[in-house]
Design a protein around this ligand. Sequence first.
Ligand SMILES: Cc1cc2nc3c(=O)[nH]c(=O)nc-3n(C[C@H](O)[C@H](O)[C@H](O)COP(=O)(O)OP(=O)(O)OC[C@H]3O[C@@H](n4cnc5c(N)ncnc54)[C@H](O)[C@@H]3O)c2cc1C
Length: 404
Amino acid sequence: MKPITEFSAITVRRFGVSLFCTNLTHPLIEKEMDVNITIIGSGVVGLAIASRLSEKYDNVFVIERHKRFGQETSSRNSEVIHSGIYYQQGSLKANLCVKGKEMIYDLCRKEDIPHNKCGKLIVATCEEELKALEALQEKARNNNVHDLEWLDAGQVKKMEPHVKAIRALFSPSTGIIDSHSLMKHFEKTSSINGVQFAYHSSVRNISKQNGSYEITLDDADGNSFQFHSNMVINSAGLESSTIAAMLGMNIEEYKMYFVKGEYFKINPPKNRLVHRLVYPVPGQKLVGLGIHSTVDLNGGLKLGPSAFYLDKNEYDYTIDETNSKKFYDSARKFLPFLELDDLSPDQAGIRPKIQAPGESPRDFVIKNETGRGFKNFINLIGIESPGLTCSMAIANYVEKLIEE
Ligand SMILES: Cc1cc2nc3c(=O)[nH]c(=O)nc-3n(C[C@H](O)[C@H](O)[C@H](O)COP(=O)(O)OP(=O)(O)OC[C@H]3O[C@@H](n4cnc5c(N)ncnc54)[C@H](O)[C@@H]3O)c2cc1C
């Protein structure tokens, strides 16, 4: 595996491409190089793209502002491999989710990445919810998800004795994954393919210059560096709109809203009472999928995430303990064994949403910005759930967007 690097201060000019850094032992300086593709962000999406593109392209470069990969949304989620039920027919979310889940399961089997295809129950707890459950099955069919099974109350009891439902839809192709191991795999394969990782390096500015992109970085010590890249993949998650704005794409449809989700874990021994994912029927106006229960690979059980817009786009990962009552009230409908003091604060994540409060859900934006005058500058904006599930399919999609 090639060394993982941070920037420092010397100027290197090769093939008309310049890189300014400070450390003579920097591996990028050791060889003649031309930065061909710069990927901004080493979350699961940036890493999947690096792994894929480096099979075909040389001189791929990943820039990440943290010390390690996956320090933001990619490590603050439910780690669910979604089946593709909920999304608008024909959308990227629907298509890439259905493709992506198969790709991830194949990879997990081949590479021994910890996962569990445990399945998911979507439960109706009263007659009024049955219509919505039927509509969900129809939506799933339209998205090419044909494996949903109807269960009656007795079948639910047999599967999950502690879950209450009058009927349920069972999704056998939903599962959970160790997302850290997945990201580690992508980082390793990328490195083997020659990708250079610049951790602790934050993109501060980008401009277009004579057919390539000049990128300005700041390192952890406050030093600045510049280099040129032929192509740029903007997979900066919560900052992807800010990155696009650096090139003047400060447009309404890319406006980012931070939507926070909190989780509460169920304390032992009740965390062992449920073995599959259990979701309520989603409400019409919900921002997320409703408070649900997820299992993890260590036998943990947690509730969440909730979904609420933050007043400001701030990295606020605190958990308001007083919200436990809302989680309890929602989950008790289908997990009647719960008591309020079974819940403890767990973690929080932030969704990079591009729909304003009250608006209908928006699809992922994955676009080569040639039309705006930025050839081979590919924006990935609003990569919220199911972005983890879609990551490998997104990488293939991005590869097809590149114009030779
Ligand atoms: C609460 C919650 C639950 C979720 N549950 C699921 C789920 O169960 N299943 C599922 O499929 N999806 C789920 N998702 C969605 C999934 O987590 C995301 O779609 C996915 O992690 C996005 O990955 P990413 O690489 O695009 O973004 P990120 O993981 O945010 O990575 C972007 C990276 O860019 C870096 N960066 C930003 N700005 C700069 C800069 N200027 N310079 C350098 N680097 C920069 C950041 O540091 C970060 O590491 C959930 C999301 C949330 C919030």
